[in-house]
Design a protein around this ligand. Structure first.
Ligand code: BGC
Length: 886
């Protein structure tokens, strides 16, 4: 294949409609069979098109630019105008003198761009007691239509229809943001749904995050008690004239089939209440009330920032069970997030009632204790006509099991499908190896991400919580970026984090904010949670090389570190305030959720780390004064850390695993004491027979620190540990997602108490990053973010004899596949065009080729090794005379 470009994207998306970005960025991938292909120059041409897609005149020609940039290349032409379509194409040259043909055209379209361009008004139901109001308006189209765009948003959730057809596949629109300051609007091409003559705009609203239950205190209407809709329809006619319609006067409001909806509690739908044809022309709405026009400002509206939440896949029923208590239970075989779509045939007024749960109890009965107050109940009343098919609109459930509480006739598993919902991000990672339990662990990590990336990163998706806990997102972000392209998902969330940063620089523990969690620490951040403000932008920058994001977030990062400085003793020791500590670590005192590592040690360690990351971000952005100020601050915090927590001979004051891990990984230990602290961590693990006791903050760093100090054997020992507590213990207990607690289900089958026992909590899934990096061998290089230049270097122990890892980066696919057969090691690697990789061959000195740097291409190596160099797993300590086998 000759030199070519492919996969053109604008702001990470293919042909996006509704961007409010003044200088959108372009991305392309390069295809070439020539090894070592590297871009020498590019040329971009942008055209201003017609909204109906026909190409217009040239707007901007970048001319040939000598540059190897093929991602995040900013538009540099004249100012863009709202509601306009642009197409673009790119041509590149490589360093061997080849020129690609011009790519095909891709396009993007601007949204309303300025809030002043909203000409319509918000409307609501006159009756606030209606749970899910339906709003409608008929209108007439007299002329030939050339194009039509609809801009729409709501306070609450909306389902928007034109002539009875939904305007898009997006669900849970307008998404969850920091509602008090910003609400997204979506932009849709509705031309194909409109006809000459009578038409209808119609929308149903739901409570969602805005007015439904939110938070564990059982509160509702957290952001407001009135659901509202706004939409603006721009009609462009073939004769060149334009018309704008939308919400305002003349809309009517009635009730529909959705009688109740709540994200936690489920949905009640009554077909008998559904007004037939209400969303289409010809409906008699004379008995409906006029909708109320409200004075909610439009300045709150901002264009959609990430991919939408969509139906991603469907799972069939694996088995129909009858529990000891006689319940009929559908087992979908996978703990998932979404809903059940079912069909039923019965008499008018008969019901379908479904309850959802993550697990069964030790006897095999349906178990909902861990959902706390979340009811997760779907109730549907049949209209009695033919076969009826239903799926909820405004509620999602976290479940593997569904109990059939009521159903007309016998249960045919074919009539039930689990529909998996999450933000529609591209899956970018792939990992498997010769160890089936590790493969299941990777599967569980991925499903933890699917379940908890529904518009915002949540702690869990099932109980009365489902909140954007910052600490959870912080520890998991690196892993998330391997599994899926999360650039836009986190950009949106970080915009909310930015909005919620307080004047003193602290950030709330939960983003978007929630009054009750905000009250926990009204002016403070917990260490490791608030640090999301610094670490998440850095992780995203690392994975995608997105400098603009780093620039946008930089003031937030700096504000946060300065906030800690203002709280810390002498600006150095963060020994005050409330913290979550090493949350849920097993060394917690009875009755506490917090691990035994002292709060101030954890907080000061994180403070040092965040100052170091901030300093690196400052250098990337060319802010050299800040770079030296925060690097110097980091050195002083380190010194203070050593004075406070290290004895002069290098013993750490807290004996916990997490204290050791943090001291080492955040580089807080003077060189001469590193080996002593390392030894002490290893002997702690050894004495514990290679069992971890770490929580949310210690665990994600555990295997990375062991690799860093050259004890990969110990890291693998922990990864492959099958006894309680460990990652594989959960797997062996049948987990299909990651648990919140190491002892969610104890070895004797009993459960950790109901009050906080999620079986879909991704935090401990943060081991995923280490698996891709170390076992798979795909390692991001800090100085060359976005995998422009990276390292390939797998490692293993005897227990794992092959692994295959792939990552579809913005440049293209990286692959590292290796296997060990006897003494023969084979390794296939793929390096995408316009990147380079350092290959580090495992087990040097035993027939391995010399390490080297390679450009793009597919390469295969095979060499014989000295098998004794592959590490063995360290063994358990011998039993002491006073010990006995468990
Ligand atoms: C959540 C956690 C969260 C924590 C904060 C819990 O209720 O489920 O994942 O980070 O609170 O301490």
């Amino acid at each position: 294949m000759k030199l070519q470009t492919s996969d053109l994207k604008c702001e990470y998306r293919t042909n996006p409609l509704g961007l409010d970005c003044e200088k959108p960025r372009f991305f392309w991938k390069i295809q070439s069979e020539t090894p070592g292909c590297y871009q020498q120059s590019y040329r971009i041409r942008v055209y201003s098109d017609d909204l109906s897609g026909s190409s217009g005149e040239l707007l901007w020609d970048s001319e040939e630019v000598e540059s190897d940039d093929s991602i995040h290349v900013p538009y540099g032409g004249p100012a863009l105008t709202p509601r306009s379509r642009y197409s673009w194409e790119v041509q590149i040259k490589d360093r061997d003198g080849n020129t690609s043909p011009w790519s095909g055209r891709s396009w993007w379209e601007t949204g309303l761009m300025e809030t002043g361009n909203w000409e319509t008004r918000w409307i609501s139901s006159p009756d606030k007691s209606i749970d899910s109001p339906c709003l409608r308006k008929d209108f007439h189209i007299r002329k030939e239509l050339a194009s039509a765009r609809l801009y729409v948003s709501s306070r609450g959730l909306y389902r928007m229809m034109v002539n009875g057809e939904q305007v898009s596949e997006d669900l849970f629109t307008p998404g969850w943001t920091e509602y008090r300051s910003r609400i997204q609007y979506q932009s849709y091409d509705v031309g194909a749904l409109l006809v000459k003559g009578e038409n209808t705009l119609a929308s149903m609203l739901g409570n969602g995050w805005f007015r439904g239950s939110l938070g564990f205190a059982g509160n509702g209407a957290v952001y407001g008690d009135t659901l509202e809709l706004i939409c603006q329809l721009h009609l462009r006619y073939s004769d060149g004239t334009e018309e704008v319609l939308g919400t305002g006067d003349g809309w009517t409001c009635g009730e529909g089939g959705v009688r109740y909806s709540d994200l936690y509690h489920g949905e009640i739908y009554d077909s008998l209440m559904e007004a037939e044809g209400w969303s289409r022309p010809g409906f008699d709405d004379s008995s409906w009330s006029p909708a109320v026009v409200t004075d909610t400002p439009c300045t709150i509206l901002t264009a959609q920032e990430s991919e939408g939440v969509r139906r991603i896949e469907e799972l069939p029923v694996l088995e129909v069970l009858t529990s000891p208590q006689g319940e009929t239970i559908l087992d979908f075989g996978q703990n998932l997030v979404g809903w059940v779509r079912f069909s039923a045939t019965g008499n008018r007024g008969e019901k379908v009632r479904l309850s959802h749960a993550e697990i069964l109890d030790s006897e095999g009965n349906f178990y909902t204790g861990n959902l706390r107050s979340a009811r997760q109940l779907i109730e549907y009343t049949l209209g009695g006509e033919d076969t009826e098919i239903y799926e909820p609109c405004f509620s999602f459930q976290g479940f593997r099991y569904v109990r059939i509480d009521e159903y007309p006739g016998s249960v045919d598993p074919e009539n039930f499908k689990a529909v998996v919902l999450h933000t529609d991000m591209e899956e970018t990672g792939e990992f498997s190896c010769s160890h089936p339990l590790v493969n299941q662990l990777q599967h569980n990590i991925l499903w933890g991400q699917k379940g908890n990336f529904l518009d915002v990163p949540t702690d869990c998706p099932q109980r009365d919580e489902r909140l954007g806990w910052t600490g959870d997102a912080q520890v998991f972000a690196g892993t998330a970026c391997y599994n899926m392209n999360t650039a836009l998902f986190f950009t949106k969330w970080l915009n909310d984090l930015k909005t919620s940063q307080r004047p003193n620089g602290s950030v709330p523990a939960v983003v978007p904010t929630m009054p009750e969690t905000d009250m926990m620490m009204p002016e403070d951040s917990g260490a490791g949670w608030g640090d999301a403000a610094v670490i998440v932008p850095w992780s995203i920058y690392q994975a995608y090389g997105d400098r603009r994001l780093l620039e946008d977030q930089y003031p937030v990062m700096k504000g946060y570190v300065d906030y800690i400085r203002s709280r810390a003793e002498d600006g150095l020791l963060w020994n005050s305030g409330e913290h979550f500590g090493d949350w849920l670590a097993l060394d917690a005192k009875p009755g506490s959720y917090k691990g035994a590592t002292p709060d101030d040690l954890v907080a000061t360690a994180y403070y040092a780390h965040s100052a170091a990351v901030l300093s690196k971000a400052a250098s990337v952005l060319g802010k050299s004064d800040d770079a030296s100020e925060y690097s110097e601050l980091n050195s002083r915090i380190k010194k203070a850390f050593q004075d406070e927590y290290l004895t002069p001979r290098g013993r750490i004051s807290s004996e916990t695993q997490t204290a050791h891990i943090m001291a080492l990984i955040f580089d807080l230990v003077p060189g001469e004491h590193r080996s002593r602290i390392t030894e002490s961590l290893i002997s702690n693990l050894y004495e514990n027979k290679w069992h971890l006791s770490t929580g949310f903050l210690g665990t994600p760093l555990l295997c990375p620190v062991l690799s860093m100090v050259g004890r990969e054997d110990a890291a693998f020992r922990l990864l492959l540990q099958e006894e309680y507590p460990s990652w594989l213990y959960q797997v062996k207990k049948g987990a299909t997602t990651i648990w919140e607690h190491w002892d969610g289900i104890k070895p004797d089958g009993s459960m950790w108490s109901d009050d906080m026992n999620s079986f879909n909590h991704y935090a401990y899934g943060a081991i995923g990053e280490w698996i891709y990096r170390n076992l798979g061998g795909i390692r991001q290089n800090e100085e060359n973010p976005g995998y422009k230049h990276f390292t390939l270097n797998p490692s293993t122990v005897r227990e794992i004899t092959s692994a295959s890892a792939a990552l579809n980066t913005l440049y293209g696919e990286i692959r590292s596949e290796w296997s060990l057969e006897g003494d023969n090691f084979s390794w296939t690697v793929v390096i995408p065009p316009n990147t380079t990789a350092d290959l580090v061959f495992p087990w040097p000195g035993s027939g391995a080729p010399e390490n080297r740097t390679l450009g793009s291409g597919s390469y295969r190596f095979s060499y014989s090794i000295d098998g004794s160099m592959i590490p063995e797993l360290p063994s358990n300590p011998p039993l002491k005379p006073w010990e006995h086998e468990d």
